[in-house]
Design a binder for this molecule. Sequence first.
Ligand SMILES: Nc1nc2c(c(=O)[nH]1)N[C@H]1C(S)=C(S)[C@@H](COP(=O)(O)O)O[C@H]1N2
Ligand SMILES: [Mo]
Length: 253
Amino acid sequence: MILTRRALFTGVAASGATLLAGCDRLGESEAFRSILFKGADWNEWTQRALTERNALAREFRPDQMSPVFRTNGTRNPDTPSYNAQAATGFADWRVRIDGLVARPQALSIAQLSSMPQRAQITRHDCVEGWSAIGKWQGPQLSTVLNAAGLSDRARFLVFHCADAYSGGTRPYYESIDLVDAFHPQTILALGLNDERLGIGHGAPVRLRVERHLGYKHAKYVERIEAVASLADIHGGKGGLWEDIAGYEWYAGI
Ligand SMILES: Nc1nc2c(c(=O)[nH]1)N[C@H]1C(S)=C(S)[C@@H](COP(=O)(O)O)O[C@H]1N2
Ligand SMILES: [Mo]
């Protein structure tokens, strides 16, 4: 089943309203009523699935924050271009938003900082078996996507990162679908624990997609590409670990 962008943007309540409006227009025919009945089931199922996926990850109190938030994976991309960016405080860093969008963007950290911010204290769960609770802050990804104007054909967002993992030739990349992209807790984090994001945690900007395991939370994001399919992205499974180690693409927690 394909969830249309319309359903995602207008939300669960509106998709119910659409169904009722269709009922008014199409009248009383018996055949239509049986279709509507099936449609109603489908719609209920869709609503339940969307409601579950839109549920918020648990948020914590400040006193529950971990004293130390460890780093994992790449702790410093350490390439000449990244080091040059770090030396100027990432003044020239741009997050490009391109692919299936109406208005490609190249957003500076200052621009991302001037958008409405969301802060959330959440627990990060790494597949390797450690967790940490921290406070993340940044604009919601939805704000940025609305500025770019997603095409109706867009189904996934691919996050291209500045690091080549473990000195490998392959850059880190990850991807999410539109339900997660428009989830209220999905943010482009610029800060951790009331400080600007450090290099170890993905400076200057990293994804937080709170209903997922740690490897989905791409650090060092320099490009967000809207695509219709993941088939042509590197190995085709939607992320570095998915492609090289068989990790699940859907890492929901
Ligand atoms: N670009 C990039 N993003 C990445 C990684 C990485 O190596 N490179 N590692 C992932 C993994 S496995 C985890 S658990 C988290 C770790 O985030 P942290 O270093 O802020 O704790 O980042 C994720 N995002
Ligand atoms: Mo991880």
